[in-house]
Design a protein around this ligand. Sequence first.
Ligand code: PRP
Length: 213
Amino acid sequence: MSEPLTLALPKGRLQERSQEFLADLGFTIEFEKRKLVATDASGRLRVMLVKNGDLPTYVHHGITGLGICGTDVIYESGYEFFTLNEMPFGSTRMCLAARDGFDPVSYTGRLRVATKFTRFARDYFQQRGIAAEVIKLGGSVELAPVLGLAPYIVDLVETGNTLRAHGLSVFEELAQINVVLIANPAYYKFHYRSIDSLVDKLRDGQNGAAQHD
Ligand code: PRP
């Protein structure tokens, strides 16, 4: 049998959904306790579990040939990949948010924004000619307006529960974020036959699931 394809999955919210999706297509992946590498039961996929924000780095350097992750982290990485498929789960919105009832008129000076997504935020405001001071945080960004670090945040909003819990609301939607399957371009060129057949399987699975909805 040929070598398994290598795939990185992000730890956290997308991991479970990615594994469920792959299991429905016959790729059952089980990580032994504390282990971050596993081969699926059919031996066709070798899967590495990596930190969400590091996933593009692993694929860029060819450590894994393929990866499933959000377009938000891909953009932040600045790397170029082949995008092979849009996954039918995990879509979110990148939003500008502020405290409920925040009055922008009372706020003078540059737009002060706290975010994990500094590249996205800088480019977004720069392209629109808006002067912005972007403050980088590693997570729990919703605390910034509550504690007074910045009146605005740029963050992902899925259910909106995190914003609501902190008395914040969406000020403006900036972009739709999707989850995609990416490939290292050189890896794709070398393994395109087996990768194309995997992508066909994913698409068939998606279409089948859509027909049952
Ligand atoms: C994301 C985002 C928000 C939350 C939004 O955080 O940064 O905090 O999810 O989801 P909701 O609208 O469904 O509440 P994530 O779980 O990726 O972790 P982190 O920001 O704390 O790193």
